[in-house]
Unconditional design. Structure first.
Length: 223
């Protein structure tokens, strides 16, 4: 049984093909993006035609359970060392642009100028948030994602100094847990995310948890 209301812009997530593809085209307006995330769908341009936006809802879906997040011992020492200074929502544009231009992303990022502008607009409306990691006053890494109710959909992260993106992830997960979020979506399972406790769940289970998360009166900002 589908617990989510019909989308204004997309077919049901269950209609995705075996690779999770829903379809192509459409807008990157705030209304369209929020509708997509509220129905288990996210945009990701295809690699050979980055100007064309593709919409996805993979099955299975990767998440991290906030109360089972694993921090490797060495990383925990780094977080406590005082080497980095961590902030939230202080330089969203710097973080998303860093995700597109960091040395390991040059030429291979899915973050087009159109995508960057769309997420900056979501941030201005209070629906997208960032964690910044600073070293000696310079942005060393960070992460960002979309927040709706008790859902936080992580989008991307970057680093310019070793461990900076991992420190951002640790801070983000701890913050989401304190604020009462119930669903931390990371979209795809990889060996990198596995070290932090990422798991895969069936799309139908993800959509049921999404429906519950959207009802939760959660805010990203500290009160």
């Amino acid at each position: 049984m589908n617990l989510l209301p019909p989308s204004r812009f997309f077919p049901p997530a269950e209609t995705a093909d075996v690779e999770g593809l829903i379809g192509f085209g459409g807008e990157l307006s705030p209304e369209c993006l929020l509708d997509a995330y509220s129905h288990g769908i996210f945009p990701w341009p295809i690699s050979d035609a980055k100007a064309t936006v593709a919409w996805w809802s993979p099955d299975p879906r990767a998440i991290i359970e906030l109360d089972r997040f694993h921090v490797p011992r060495r990383l925990r020492r780094t977080c406590r060392s005082g080497r980095f200074h961590v902030t939230r929502d202080q330089d969203f544009a710097g973080v998303i642009r860093g995700c597109a231009t960091a040395p390991d992303r040059t030429g291979g990022t899915w973050l087009t100028g159109q995508m960057i502008g769309a997420y900056i607009r979501l941030h201005e409306l209070g629906h997208a948030h960032s964690v910044e990691v600073w070293h000696k006053g310079e942005l060393a890494g960070g992460t960002y994602g979309v927040s709706i109710g008790g859902l936080f959909a992580a989008e991307s992260k970057f680093y310019r100094l070793r461990d900076a993106s991992k420190v951002a992830l640790v801070h983000l997960v701890e913050h989401l847990d304190r604020r009462g979020y119930s669903l931390f979506d990371i979209q795809q399972f990889t060996p990198h995310t596995a070290q932090f406790g990422a798991i895969e769940i069936p799309r139908r289970q993800y959509l049921a948890r999404l429906a519950d998360a959207l009802t939760r009166p959660v805010t990203f900002e500290d009160e």
